[in-house]
Structure formats: structure tokens, C-alpha cells
Design a protein around this ligand. Structure first.
Ligand code: SAM
Length: 279
């Protein structure tokens, strides 16, 4: 059976699962966020969990059209990225009332003042990571878990993801588990500090914008590793950067203007204080 046909079959199950999310336990917000690993016991899967569902996917046609019109047409060519974008059911990562808009090329609200990113940006940033088999990938800003699912759907990388808002972290962990992306490790905490126990990483992707490059993330990158990150002031446009670590140097490539929600939390505040000398 082709992946595409298999992909068709999964998603009704997922809809049922999503309805259960309201019942998730939610960790409370503590004044000093302490990282909490909320991933169920990881199980490495070989094939796409979503592509194995026996249930037809009512949004498959919309999803395939979205990939062609807004992702392929704008120059994303990596076949693994395109396969992942064609497979992951974005409509199951948005609140139910936005489900019919899930395959438009725009961000959507996911609660707590946050958004799921525009599909084209997800695909483009994933392509920029130049993922290689066996890469260990850290995402900062889990949000709905969609970007993490796309990374997991690539099939040959290990995915770690950190979300600062406890409710979103808990919901995303549960959603990823129920959709079968059990190999994704989810943590609630301040992603500015990375995930030191799991470092070093081959690749780091940041999906909220700080106003400077977080040094802990650079330190947790392997030699030859890549970071894709929006940097700039909150509330306006930022610049998407790709940094490549070469020994003790970091080479940066400016990829143009983007718009992201700000990276929040004590880390970015402290990092700014350290990097801005007193006058
Ligand atoms: N990647 C997400 C997805 O696929 O749904 C969308 C990310 S949303 C644009 C940015 C996310 O970053 C928000 O959920 C926000 O709470 C989170 N965030 C902001 N500051 C953070 C921090 N210091 N550490 C971890 N997550 C953070």
C-alpha cells in the first residue's frame, strides 16, 4: 500500500484522540521554571505512525493541495520534508474550531496567546536544517507539537522539544503520544537554556524569536551543527538566521524577514543583560 493511501487512513482515530485532550493533567506554573520531562517512555518507531491508520483522512486532498500550492510552488524541494508535510495531519494540531482552516497558508491560534506556525515556514525551516540520518534535533517552542511531528515524520532523526507554557507542553506531549509520535521527547521549561543532559545536538530549531542568539544553544551544538532561528525585536519583523558552528566560530547566514512570537522567560532576559553592556 502506498504511503499516500496509508496516510489517508489514519486521521479519524486522531480526531477521537484530540477530543480527549481537555482531560489532560496540567502541571502548574512555578515562579522559577524547572525543566520537567513529560515524555512517556520513548519507543523508537520505524514507519510513520500516522500513515498506518486504517481510517480515511477527510483532509488529505486539502493537505496535498496545500503542499503543492504553497510549499512546492515556493521552492521547497527536499523529498523527505515534502513527504512529512503531506503526511502530518495539521488539522489535529489546531483547536477544533479552526480545523477547516488548517490547510490555509497562515498561522492559527493554539491558545495561551501562541500560534501554530504557517505551513510554508515549517517546511522551509525544516529544509534549512539539512537533516542527516541519525541527527539529534532540538526544537525550542513546541507549541502544538506540529513542527516536532514533522521532524519525527522525517523518520531518521531523534527529536527533543521544549515548551515554556506548561499547558501547551502537556497538551503537545499527549497529542504526539496519541498520534503515535512516541519517539519525540517533550520537556516543559525555558528553552533558552537548551537541554544540557541530551546535548550535544546536530541541529537546533527555534520557533519563537529572541532578540539575541542564546549562547547556551550555541554551546550545546556539535561541531558542524546548525541552528535555524528568528532573531529580532518582539512585536514586529525579525530576521531568520542559519548559524553553522565551525570549531569555536559560528558562521551566520541572513535568510530574510519573518514574523514570530517572542521567546519569553528568564533566560532571554538574563542573556540580554549579559550581552548589553551598562552605559
Ligand atoms: N513549533 C510550534 C508548533 O509547531 O506549533 C509553534 C511555535 S509558536 C510560534 C512558539 C512557541 O514557543 C510558543 O508555544 C511559546 O510558548 C514557545 N516559547 C516561547 N518562549 C519559550 C522558551 N523560552 N522556551 C520554550 N518555549 C518557548
Amino acid at each position: 500500500m502506498s504511503r499516500r493511501v496509508k496516510g489517508k487512513m489514519m486521521v479519524f482515530l486522531g480526531i477521537g484522540w484530540l477530543l480527549l485532550l481537555g482531560a489532560c493533567g496540567v502541571p502548574s506554573l512555578s515562579p522559577t521554571p524547572v525543566p520537567v520531562d513529560i515524555t512517556p517512555e520513548p519507543i523508537l518507531t520505524v514507519d510513520s505512525p500516522v500513515a498506518q491508520s486504517p481510517t480515511p483522512d477527510p483532509y488529505l486532498t486539502q493537505r496535498l493541495a496545500m503542499v503543492e500550492k504553497t510549499i512546492v510552488a515556493r521552492g521547497v524541494t527536499d523529498p523527505d520534508v515534502l513527504r512529512a508535510m503531506r503526511t502530518v495531519p495539521r488539522h489535529l494540531f489546531v483547536p477544533e474550531r479552526y480545523r477547516d482552516r488548517a490547510y490555509g497558508d497562515h498561522p492559527l491560534p493554539i491558545g495561551y496567546g501562541q500560534t501554530i506556525s504557517q505551513p510554508y515556514i515549517v517546511a522551509w525551516m525544516t529544509e534549512l536544517l539539512e537533516l542527516q540520518p541519525g541527527d539529534k534535533v532540538l526544537e525550542i517552542g513546541t507549541g502544538s507539537g506540529y513542527q516536532a511531528a514533522v521532524l519525527a515524520e522525517i523518520g531518521y532523526v531523534e527529536v527533543y522539544t521544549i515548551e515554556i507554557i506548561p499547558e501547551l507542553a502537556a497538551q503537545a506531549a499527549e497529542r504526539l503520544r496519541r498520534l503515535g509520535y512516541t519517539q519525540v521527547r517533550v520537556r516543559q521549561g525555558d528553552g533558552y537554556y537548551g537541554w544540557p543532559e541530551a546535548a550535544p545536538f546536530d541541529v537546533i530549531i527555534v520557533t519563537a524569536a529572541p532578540d539575541h542568539l542564546p549562547q547556551p544553544l550555541v554551546q550545546q551544538l556539535k561541531d558542524g551543527g546548525r541552528i535555524v532561528i528568528p532573531i529580532g525585536p518582539p512585536g514586529g519583523y525579525q530576521t531568520l538566521w542559519k548559524f553553522v558552528k565551525e570549531g569555536d566560530k559560528v558562521k551566520g547566514y541572513n535568510l530574510g524577514a519573518v514574523r514570530f512570537v517572542p521567546l519569553t522567560g528568564p533566560g532571554v532576559e538574563r542573556g540580554r543583560a549579559v550581552s548589553t553592556p551598562e552605559r
